[in-house]
Design a protein around this ligand. Structure first.
Ligand code: PLP
Length: 432
């Protein structure tokens, strides 16, 4: 078997600079050269073990043996596309649809979350005949030209040039830092009011839909007010639009109490978008929608993705889903997530810098502030915490508009002992 030559870490870094663009970012002040992964652990080039509390893509664990075996076997047997009949794609679609509300039963397979969101937008436009879309502030939905257009996190950030006129941004319902906060009993209603204004402005017949992550991640691991999505979905539908749930980060049992993020709010979207975890690192994206929307999309133009829905991807996708269900990772996420939440609240009682703890299951955020009164974001401090945690052997990241929210989003095998280790290490790091 041919193996590419091993480079020193310095040579690898130099190679990055030589062959890649400067906007390909590297995590941590002291970058990691990871050479191996096993479940919730990663190993660097000198054999040091890291507890991975950040990488949600390796949903059932880095290099899960069942996923590897299925991938190897299927690769050795056949890999072809959707123009031939095959059982792998049917088995996968059947099992996936069974996890969703009954109305969501037509599946499309693509190769990334971005492709899936692009397709969701095409479906919404084909169905409504309209173009305008409402998005949440600070949202991120992918890296294509159109998705940058609908992602305020990108088009309002460095290098961005704002939204096109068909994109309408409404405030992120962030109850800690947003326009209306936890002390305001009418906060949710007021946030919905911004959407109503947009809908009035656009006018019936021009609204294609609304897209949001069920728990906005780049926005800072935000849990939406309980009644928000229900009210928004009603208004959007009344104006002729469709509701798209971006579950790229929040689906597949991660939030513990439900399999899908949108279920926390008692709503059923018209289109659900999946990505990251569903291939456990193998590039798979998916869109699941209603029969009616799929019928509008089947307008004579063929839909084909060369690699989307290929035999190997579907075999892997099915195995990942089977592992999630058979290893009961959703209830595991809930139990370990509850432990983490109570531990984080305990840390909050002793460390003034923690302004807020939120999230659910294995999708948590810890917001760091310079002062609890002013809620001034502790951005530099959050960066230092993440780097110190990395030096202590635990991988975390930051997110939120001010990059001051510690993001905890581990592979799902992350267990009680790992939670204890993370909490005690964070305690030490926060005490530095
Ligand atoms: C919520 C959300 N949607 C879509 C995407 C795009 O997915 P991909 O990077 O697989 O294209 C991302 C990626 O970070 C995401 O976080």
């Amino acid at each position: 078997m041919s193996k590419s030559p091993r480079r020193s870490k310095a040579q690898t870094l130099a190679g990055r600079r030589q062959f890649f663009s400067g906007n390909l970012s590297i995590a941590y002040k002291n970058p990691l050269k990871i050479v191996r992964g096993e479940m919730q652990h990663l190993y660097d080039d000198v054999g040091r073990e890291y507890l991975d509390a950040y990488n949600n893509v390796a949903h059932v664990g880095h290099c899960h043996p069942r996923v590897i075996k299925v991938a190897q076997d299927q690769m050795a047997e056949l890999n072809t596309n959707t123009r031939y009949l095959g059982d792998q794609i049917i088995n996968y679609a059947e099992r996936l649809a069974a996890t969703l509300p009954g109305s969501l039963n037509v599946c499309f397979f693509v190769n990334s979350g971005s492709e899936a969101n692009e397709l969701a937008l095409r479906l919404a436009r084909a169905h409504t005949g309209a173009r305008d879309l409402v998005v949440l502030d600070h949202a991120y939905h992918g890296n294509t030209t159109t998705l940058i257009d609908i992602s305020p996190y990108k088009h309002d950030g460095p290098g961005g040039s704002g939204p096109p006129n068909w994109v309408h941004k409404v405030p992120l319902p962030d109850m800690y830092r947003g326009l209306y906060r936890e002390a305001d009993e009418r906060a949710s209603e007021k946030y919905v009011g911004h959407l109503s204004e947009v809908v009035d402005k656009i006018g019936r017949g021009s609204l294609c839909g609304f897209i949001a992550e069920s728990l906005p991640s780049v926005g800072g691991q935000i849990e939406l007010p309980e009644s928000y999505l229900g009210a928004v979905y009603s208004e959007v539908r009344a104006a002729g639009g469709v509701c798209i749930a971006d579950e790229v980060q929040t689906g597949y049992g991660r939030i513990g109490k439900h399999f899908w993020g949108f279920e926390s709010y008692g709503v059923t979207p018209d289109i659900v978008v999946l990505g990251k975890p569903i291939g456990n690192g193998h590039p798979i994206g998916a869109v699941v929608t209603t029969r009616e929307i799929a019928a509008s999309f089947a307008n004579g133009m063929e839909f084909f993705s060369t690699f989307g829905g290929n035999t190997v991807s579907c075999a892997i996708g099915l195995e990942v889903l089977s592992v999630v269900l058979e290893e009961q990772l959703q209830s595991h996420a809930r139990a370990v997530g509850d432990l983490m939440l109570s531990g984080l609240h305990e840390l909050m009682s002793r460390h003034e810098i923690i302004g807020d703890v939120r999230g659910s299951g294995m999708f948590l955020g810890v917001e760091l502030v310079k002062s609890r009164d002013t809620r001034e974001p502790a951005t530099a401090e959050a960066e230092a915490v993440v780097n110190n945690m990395r030096d202590s052997g635990i991988l975390l990241g930051t997110d939120g508009p001010f990059h001051n929210v510690l993001k905890i989003r581990p592979p799902m095998p992350f267990n009680r002992e790992d939670a204890d280790r993370l909490l005690s290490t964070l305690d030490k790091v926060l005490s530095l």
